[in-house]
Write a protein that binds this ligand. Structure first.
Ligand SMILES: Nc1ncnc2c1ncn2[C@@H]1O[C@H](COP(=O)(O)OP(=O)(O)OP(=O)(O)O)[C@@H](O)[C@H]1O
Ligand SMILES: [Mg+2]
Length: 234
């Protein structure tokens, strides 16, 4: 189903303490939107609030124009997938992890055939890259309408990052609305339509990926990012 998530004046945080203030952002079907910014800026908090895992403290989150206060497990069934760092069940085998997903394990293996020889291995014994691939495979097998991704590339080899980024782009091309938190700014912008920079819980810049790439060239954006800007082939 086509999705348009429209967020206005979002306040989010922990307990009564807001760490995200007055955030406006939009993501539509077919789009990859990058959320960029330094450590502690509020990116994960924003994503978890959109996913319904953290309660919001204020503002609205409209899904196709409707403000839904839907618990996280119901959102999962309505096609929202969240993939955060190596979110696998470590005691279960790869096959067991795939069976727990909402999609067909065979679809997951079609997308990531490299998991096939690992099916009987406990997920906790996989490498970091293999775990991240497993988490993505499980999420993508369900053809989610909305894909929320938190730092896919963390600590992974460039080849694995390429595989994951390609799969993210393909999911959007197939109609998913994708929100991507990423420290590897250039890699994120390479597959995104648009991006938002978040700093100290507020959106401090936004634009098309091309516009933000331009700002990177002149160096004005490196200020907003915590990691040194690296080119995709580094
Ligand atoms: N469970 C928590 N309880 C209280 N404060 C928290 C909690 N989790 C995060 N915070 C605080 O909220 C702020 C935003 O954190 P968040 O994890 O959203 O940042 P981030 O942009 O995802 O950073 P990073 O790039 O390091 O992952 C930080 O000041 C952080 O210390
Ligand atoms: Mg984070």
């Amino acid at each position: 189903m086509s999705q348009h998530i429209s967020i206005r004046g979002l306040r989010a945080g922990y307990g009564t303490l807001a760490v995200v203030h007055d955030i406006d952002l939009d993501v539509r079907s077919g789009e990859v939107v990058a959320l960029l910014g330094p450590n502690g800026a509020g990116k994960t908090t924003t994503l978890l609030t959109i996913a319904g895992i953290l309660p919001r403290l204020g503002g609205s989150i409209l899904w196709n124009g409707v403000d839904q206060h839907v618990p996280a497990h119901r959102r999962a069934r309505s096609g929202v997938a969240l993939v955060s760092e190596r979110a696998v069940f470590r005691q279960l085998t790869v096959a067991g992890n795939l069976r727990l997903g909402l999609g067909e394990p065979s679809r997951a293996l079609e997308l990531f055939p490299e998991l096939r020889p690992l099916l009987r291995r406990p997920a906790g014994l996989l490498s970091g890259g293999e775990q991240q691939i497993l988490a993505m495979a499980r999420a993508l097998a369900a053809n989610p309408a909305v894909l929320l991704l938190d730092e896919l590339s963390l600590g992974l080899a460039p080849m694995v990052v390429n595989r994951l980024m390609d799969s993210v782009r393909r999911a959007a091309d197939n109609g998913a609305a994708v929100m991507l938190i990423e420290q590897q700014v250039r890699r994120a912008l390479a597959i995104s339509e648009r991006a938002y920079l978040i700093n100290q819980g507020r959106v401090t810049a936004s634009g098309t990926a091309e516009e933000l790439r331009g700002e990177l060239e002149v160096g004005s954006m490196s200020y907003y990012t915590s990691s040194p800007v690296r080119s995709p082939d580094q």
